[in-house]
Design a protein around this ligand. Sequence first.
Ligand SMILES: [Zn+2]
Length: 243
Amino acid sequence: MVKTMNEEWKPNSELIVWAKEHLSQIGIDGLWSPDGSGVQYRKVTDDTFALMFTYNHPSAIDHHQRFSLLMEAAGYNVIEGDDVQVVTPPLDASAAQEEEYRRKQEIASGWQCECGYPLANNILEDREDKFVGTEEVLLSTGDTAEIEVWSCEITCVSCDKKIDMNPDDFHLLAGDDIFMQWKCEDELFVALNRGQMKDLADAGVEDGVVLGSEVKGHKVPPWLWGCYTMPFSLEEIKKSEEE
Ligand SMILES: [Zn+2]
């Protein structure tokens, strides 16, 4: 890899404190990929990060030099394996977004509970959606609007700890199919995609429900508002699993 020395830039003490805290929370084999940087590292031992991936682009090379200085200042070694993936960045914006999403999913697959158990190995179907409260947010127009804050709670299979996740993080971890379903009393509402809706319509099935903001007096998570869903009885799902 081409290296141009960037000797002027030095991390300040605030950044070093942040890096120490942030990098220490990443488990071994966990990935660090700052948004939009075009580089990705893997924590290979307690005190070493290895460059895994970089865009073949001057700004990515510059980022790598700065991150290396920062990691070293925070007490980590930075190594470059022989198998570093050097990739030409996609020119098309939606392809670049897809790439970024795929890389984030890879990071999510490395998240761990405090006990070290991988979050991805828990029973993600059993998550509970919890309404936390409302929050005023500033819109780009200068007006404010109230939004609902929710969390997705999963239970660690290994240590029984309840883990509250930001819904976007849970979505990354669990994928669309699991994220787009919701338990309410004795029913499971499963959101359908267009292909599924078409197949059911062709088959004459009309039991679907469009979710509003409430069902049977329970608040519906906002990511399911307006979705066409199929309700399933939890008892029957359980029975069919036991068979
Ligand atoms: Zn745990």
